[in-house]
Structure formats: structure tokens, C-alpha cells
Design a protein. Structure first.
Length: 192
């Protein structure tokens, strides 16, 4: 089907917080974390800057470009800011306030796919899809679970971003949806 998500596709990820007002996954500013490339937050639009909110989905288990993404697959998300904004990565610990809500790790991008074992790998889980054939589709609601240390946590919005043009900060959390759909992400096809 035409709306199946395939490896190599370019997407935007919209956060479900506050009735889908959580913003779009976005790179914003340089990361100060060791091995980090850019900070990650959400922004009001998927195109705050050219490519900042555009992510290429790649297989972390050797599936070829053009193959469908299946719920439960292990993926990399490569940001396209400046042609290569780095790979979505857990790097360092969440803030104390975030940890008080179950958070685990801070999130940024890294120059390499796996800055450390599993930091750049995410397991993608769709809530459901139509038809229910295990494939992930554009418009589906997904959770992204990081596999660092075999349990890196779920990608979520948590607190306001301090980045210029940023909306919410990102981290991973032990709970898949600790509050108000903060770990829900909707997949949209990236526009050119």
C-alpha cells in the first residue's frame, strides 16, 4: 500500500502532548554532551529550519531501503539538517526534575549511528494500523523505545525547551506514557 512506512523514507514526528500540541521532533543548537552533535527538542512546525524537523528512517537490523517498517523493528533516525544532522541518540542523564517523573536519559543527536552500544537504536511500536498486518503506516501513532543498556526508555517530551524556537525538551522515560500522551508520536511524510 502507498501509505506504508518504508526504510529510507523521510518523515516528521509530531508529539501527542496536550491533544497533539507537543510540537515536532527537531534539532536545535549544538550539543555540549560528549560525542553529541545537536540538541533535540520539539518545535511548533516541522520546518523550523531547513531539515531540522526531517528524519530519515533506517534499519538497525540490516533491512534494505524500500522494505516496509514493521511494528517492533529496530531503527535509526537520521536528522537531515545541513544534509546530516546526526542520529537520534541517548547521551547523558535526564535533569533532576525529569528524573522525578521517571526520566532516564537526555536525548541529542550523534555523528555516528551508535555513539555507544545501543544509544542510537530505537524499537518502533505502532499502537495499531489499518490493515492490521504488522506494518507501520503514515499517520500511525508510535512509541520509540531506546535499547541502550537493554532498557534506554521511551522517547518523550518533558519540560519546556530553553533553545531559541524550541517548544519542549526531550528525554527518555521508564514509563511509556507517564502523562498526557507525552510519549505518543504521529508519523507524517516529510514535505520537500
Amino acid at each position: 500500500m502507498a501509505n506504508e512506512l518504508k526504510y529510507g523514507d523521510q518523515i516528521h514526528l509530531q508529539n501527542g502532548y496536550s491533544d497533539w500540541q507537543g510540537g515536532y521532533l527537531d534539532t536545535n543548537g549544538h550539543s555540549s554532551a560528549s560525542g553529541g552533535k545537536y540538541q533535540v527538542s520539539t518545535a511548533d512546525t516541522p520546518a523550523r529550519g531547513k531539515g531540522t524537523g526531517t528524519w530519515e528512517i533506517l534499519s538497525a537490523s540490516g533491512k534494505a531501503s524500500g522494505q516496509p517498517v514493521v511494528s517492533g523493528d529496530l531503527v535509526y533516525l537520521r536528522n537531515l539538517y545541513g544534509g546530516d544532522g546526526g542520529y537520534l541518540d541517548t547521551n547523558g542523564h535526564a535533569t533532576t526534575d525529569q528524573k522525578n517523573a521517571g526520566a532516564k536519559y537526555d536525548v541529542s543527536t550523534s555523528q555516528t549511528r551508535d555513539r555507544a552500544a545501543g544509544t542510537g537504536r530505537w524499537r518502533i511500536f505502532a499502537q495499531t494500523s489499518t490493515p492490521a498486518d504488522q506494518n507501520v503506516r503514515l499517520g500511525d501513532l508510535v512509541h520509540l523505545w531506546n535499547v541502550y543498556g537493554d532498557n534506554g526508555g521511551f522517547l518523550e517530551t518533558n519540560g519546556h525547551s530553553t533553545a531559541t524556537g524550541g517548544k519542549y525538551d526531550l528525554c527518555t522515560n521508564a514509563y511509556f506514557n507517564r502523562s498526557s500522551n507525552v510519549a505518543d508520536w504521529k508519523i507524517h511524510r516529510a514535505t520537500a
